[in-house]
Ligand binder design. Sequence first.
Ligand code: SAM
Length: 203
Amino acid sequence: MDHFWNQRYRDKEYAYGMVPNEFFKSQILKINTGKILLPAEGEGRNAVYAAQKGWEVTAFDASIEAKKKAEILAFNNKVQMKYDLGSVEEISYDPESFDAIALIFAHFPKENRGKYYRKVSSYLKSGGILILECFSEKHIRNQQESPKAGGPKEASMLCSLEETKKELPDFNFLMAEEAEIILNEGLYHIGKANVIRMVAEKK
Ligand SMILES: C[S@@+](CC[C@H](N)C(=O)[O-])C[C@H]1O[C@@H](n2cnc3c(N)ncnc32)[C@H](O)[C@@H]1O
């Protein structure tokens, strides 16, 4: 897995671009700044944006090349963030120490997903906000139509609205929808996409 991501991120170009994910951007602007955690943050586009907007940012990813690219992006944008190297399994933070968490295209195998969501949400304070966007099961047909549609190719890595809600039992959902959108993110998230989008408050 790390091998795949390290290969992808070794290019000079940013795989998903240098600007933040649109959904993340629109939601993060609605909440008061504080401490945010970005698991599986890749090359840092969302982390850098949050830091620019005044958030105290911690991000992590299992890929060393992701961390390197993210740190270059932060340096070039003159912002500070803490970026840890490690997988969800390996990394840990103090319980209830973040005001927000964002899972943006953080796809995990179905058998681990609930466990990983519980682990990362244990770092969120009660009343803290989770922002999540992931490709839905319907996205497979976009991948069949276009190699640039992006997203995991294995159906078990994709999300469904009902299952994702079940995997997040500690949250009240402020919004939760399945949407068909057009992505234009860097080299690999291009064109029609079927996604799950959620904003949820921790109970
Ligand atoms: C599609 S990229 C998304 C990156 C970033 N969130 C963004 O939106 O630009 C998925 C990322 O998940 C990371 N990843 C996958 N499984 C992981 C795990 N178990 N722990 C930590 N990172 C993981 C990969 O290394 C990769 O950087």
